[in-house]
Design a binder for this molecule. Sequence first.
Ligand SMILES: O=C(CO)[C@@H](O)[C@H](O)COP(=O)(O)O
Ligand SMILES: [Co+2]
Length: 219
Amino acid sequence: MQISPSILNSDFANLQHELQRIADADWAHVDVMDAHFVPNLTLGLPVVEALAKVSPVPLDAHLMIEDPDRWAPDYAEAGCRSVTFHIEAAADPRAIARDLRAAGARAAMALKPATAFGPYEELLPHLDMVLVMTVEPGFGGQSFMADQLPKVRQVREAVRRHGGEIWVQVDGGVSASTIEQCAEAGADVFVAGSAVYGADDAAAAVSELRELASRHPHH
Ligand SMILES: O=C(CO)[C@@H](O)[C@H](O)COP(=O)(O)O
Ligand SMILES: [Co+2]
């Protein structure tokens, strides 16, 4: 059970310090938004490259951008150890995954709430993680969409059938009150933005989330 705090709602004027606050987490989740794929603009390659150099934990880039075929491998080259592209924006997902792995990153595919998993199950052999969005991508601090839990279950079952080390990530509205449902449904990597950065003690929030998730092992 891994916790990947999202820096989206952290203090962007002090990102290095904000990364230090989550030194006990498994990953730092970096939400890249381009104002086209989603109606918000955050940060891009130069900032991610700088963060990778100072982060105490590996970076988990979540690319909410158009044309991931062109841009995703650059995030792996920039030092992100996991790079997630949205299937809705991908032209050739197999090629993206191949390029990410060749650049030394784990390759992950994200699904928006309205996107079904079924048509993409055949991509599993090329992937290291599937991200099931539990909010509409674009902003932090939104309410958890429990109607995505059947999809989490479906992905977990497909991963179990397929075998191998494929992680199932949830992102959006994950908190102490929703993480157990996610773990129970089969998620094993949990992104939490406001639940971690909104807490006075971010390290304590991370360990509480990890403890709650660990109550529902699925292996
Ligand atoms: O990708 C996204 C939003 O698009 C997420 O990573 C959120 O930023 C998580 O924030 P919370 O919902 O946990 O506040
Ligand atoms: Co995200």
